[in-house]
Design a binder for this molecule. Structure first.
Ligand SMILES: [Mg+2]
Ligand SMILES: [Zn+2]
Length: 459
């Protein structure tokens, strides 16, 4: 078990939690109950308690750093938890903040009926009570805000990278086998083969810069629907020196709901969390935190899986652009949100909500546009439920079904419809639906002439 981070300036509730747990575990092996919370780690616990003591001593000696360091809170918290275990622990009065293997980590009582959440990615068999989670979130929030950091949850597939089974590599992709990067220095490469998983993985352009710079502004988590071993392997490729994620790698094995991702397993308060993911349906409860990413399809199998018949980036021997690709674009947005949150909002820091900032910023993109759709949706389909309608409204456009002179844009795929012809006659913008999508993903109103309907219809 190695949970305590060595970085004194690192602020994370899960890191703090780790030290807290270590303190509890260490005391458990010498405490009045005499029983360790985890039989298998008896030896380790002793060893661990030595290390913790050392760590505590080190922490307590660290003077307050000028740029602000969490070390003080960090050591205070360890001292707090130490004090709490030095008092006699009564099973009846214990609040049972959490458990390992079914036993309360504070008093040792066997806990069967419990309300709370499992945090297996922090420690196998760890469960925390709701009150304890709330407490940790609050502590962490204060730390993070002091360092002007928010939380960022990152999806893996199609957001930060693209993977394919080796057996699915197409004939046109064979050239890739000669271009695979060595795993000797992972931080220099972007195309890897993981033989034992029969997988080839391509990192999205700009991802290394993205992680490095975003880590200055955010406490980052990986959250994938892949299984734990896949998540860990990908984390090694993205973060070979374990600088960014530490133990904050959440896989589908750690979620509380099937086919859904949830912030319940994240130790950050929802109002300070942003999510980057290409799959909106994974986050039905947290749409307001989500920045939807344009999918990164590098491999042919990925295109096929999503029903595209075009050639993949790998087959065309090209890639997304480093400097203005999806990750570079979204990085600019994150930076803007961060600046607004910490430097432009005037209300009290603790009351700020990053979801509100995200919403406001997005609404600026198509501000002032009034859109009418022409035969874009199936006839019986309620227009306002359509993804494009919702996207346009999120971007600040007004959508309507009534054609009048206040309409600025007609969105259509066919230049021959009545409304399309009206647009041309009245000198309104006639654009392809992709104009909305592109504006959405690029966070910028796209030039209408690049999305003209004639051109798209004939291509
Ligand atoms: Mg994904
Ligand atoms: Zn207890």
């Amino acid at each position: 078990m190695s949970l305590v981070t060595d970085s004194p300036v690192h602020s994370s509730s899960s890191d703090d939690l780790a030290s807290y747990l270590d303190a509890h575990l260490a005391s458990g092996s010498t405490g009045s109950s005499g029983s360790s919370a985890d039989d298998e780690t008896d030896d380790e616990s002793d060893h661990e308690s030595e290390r913790i003591k050392r760590h505590k001593a080190e922490n307590l000696e660290i003077p307050e750093e000028p740029e602000g360091s969490t070390s003080r809170e960090y050591s205070e918290q360890i001292v707090d938890s130490e004090q709490s275990v030095e008092t006699t622990i009564n099973q009846d009065s214990c609040s049972h903040p959490g458990s390992f293997g079914g036993m309360c980590m504070r008093c040792g009582k066997s806990l069967e009926e419990k309300s709370g959440v499992t945090f297996g990615y922090i420690h196998k068999g760890l469960w925390l009570a709701n009150d304890e989670i709330a407490r940790l979130r609050k502590t962490d929030m204060k730390n993070l805000l002091r360092y002007k950091k928010l939380y960022l949850i990152l999806d893996l597939d199609h957001t930060l990278l693209n993977s394919t089974a080796l057996t699915h590599i197409s004939t046109e992709e064979e050239h890739l086998r000669g271009k695979v990067d060595s795993r000797e220095d992972i931080s220099k490469g972007s195309l890897f083969v993981l033989e034992h998983m029969h997988t080839m993985t391509k990192l999205r352009p700009f991802v290394r810069t993205f992680l490095k710079e975003a880590s200055e502004m955010f406490e980052m988590y990986i959250y994938t629907m892949g299984d734990r071993s896949y998540a860990q392997e990908m984390a090694k490729l993205l973060d070979p020196k374990r600088e960014y994620f530490h133990e904050r790698v959440i896989s589908r094995d750690d979620g509380t709901q099937r086919h859904q991702k949830g912030l319940d397993v994240v130790l950050g308060q929802e109002s300070y969390v942003l999510i980057l993911d290409d799959t909106e349906q994974a986050w039905t409860k947290h749409k307001d935190n989500l920045i939807l990413m344009e999918r990164y399809h590098y491999f042919a199998s990925s295109c096929q899986q999503f029903g595209f018949s075009c050639r993949s980036l790998s087959e065309m021997e090209t890639d997304e652009n480093e400097s203005d690709g999806a990750l570079a674009t979204v990085f600019g947005v994150l930076k803007r949100i961060h600046t607004i949150f910490f430097h432009e909002l005037e209300d009290e820091l603790a009351g700020r909500d990053v979801r509100q900032v995200l919403k406001t910023l997005r609404k600026e993109v198509l501000e002032g546009c009034k859109i009418i759709f022409s035969r874009v949706f199936p006839t019986q389909f309620p227009a306002s439920h359509h993804q494009l309608w919702k996207m346009a409204e999120q971007l600040g456009a007004k959508c309507t079904v009534d054609l009048d002179d206040s309409v600025t844009h007609v969105v259509a795929t066919d230049a021959g419809t009545e409304k399309s012809r009206w647009a041309v006659k009245e000198k309104k913008s006639l654009v392809h639906p992709r104009w909305i999508e592109a504006s959405y993903y690029f966070w910028k109103r796209q030039p209408e002439e690049s999305f003209s309907v004639d051109q798209k219809a004939s291509s």
